[in-house]
Write a protein of this length. Structure first.
Length: 190
């Protein structure tokens, strides 16, 4: 599929606001790829597709997960907001036929992050935080960090996520803690 065909498909699955977000994330992912020496077109594609099931009904998302034998953890079962990362990765792989494992993994972990992320996966995670449509308090800090260091941007993004979820009294995914601890320990060594 061409990028234009993917955008047309996304327009049938996403609200105009979510479609705009996906395009902005793709643009930011491509910009970051250029800075950090990654494949710009692959990261653009991952950015376009990262929220493909974000507005899909929960029952349909569960269908995608069940077809792939993916079992949600207790934390995930109670956090509908996390489902689209896993269901989206499966949709992209099984329904769109995309076989690029790094794109699939980047989509899968764009919400929680994980320990041992590749540079490519980190850049999609950061692009989702820093796309031009984002306006949350602290976004400029993450944007500045993204322009100077992947690790600093990951630290800012993960710190924001953990603090925000804790303030709301919501559970924090273990993958997020592991990613945060890995980044923090790396920063202490540097």
């Amino acid at each position: 599929m061409t990028n234009n065909e993917i955008i047309a498909l996304l327009a049938t699955r996403l609200s105009p606001k979510r479609l705009n977000h996906s395009i902005e994330v793709a643009n930011e992912a491509k910009r970051l790829a250029k800075i950090y020496g990654q494949d710009e077109e692959r990261l653009y594609l991952a950015g376009l597709l990262h929220d493909i099931t974000k507005e899909t009904l929960p029952e349909e998302q569960l269908k995608y997960l069940n077809e792939s034998d993916i079992i949600l953890t207790n934390i995930e079962k109670n956090a509908l907001k996390l489902w689209h990362a896993k269901s989206g990765a499966e949709f992209v792989k099984n329904r769109l036929g995309i076989k690029d494992e790094e794109i699939i993994s980047a989509i899968r972990f764009h919400t929680t992050a994980k320990k041992g992320m590749t540079k490519f996966e980190k850049l999609l995670y950061i692009a989702d935080f820093t796309s031009l449509d984002r306006d949350y308090p602290g976004v400029e800090d993450v944007r500045r960090a993204a322009d100077k260091s992947i690790e600093d941007a990951m630290f800012e993004g993960l710190s924001f996520t953990i603090c925000d979820l804790a303030k709301q009294g919501r559970p924090i995914h273990p993958d997020t803690f592991e990613a945060y601890n890995e980044i923090t320990l790396k920063r202490e060594v540097l």
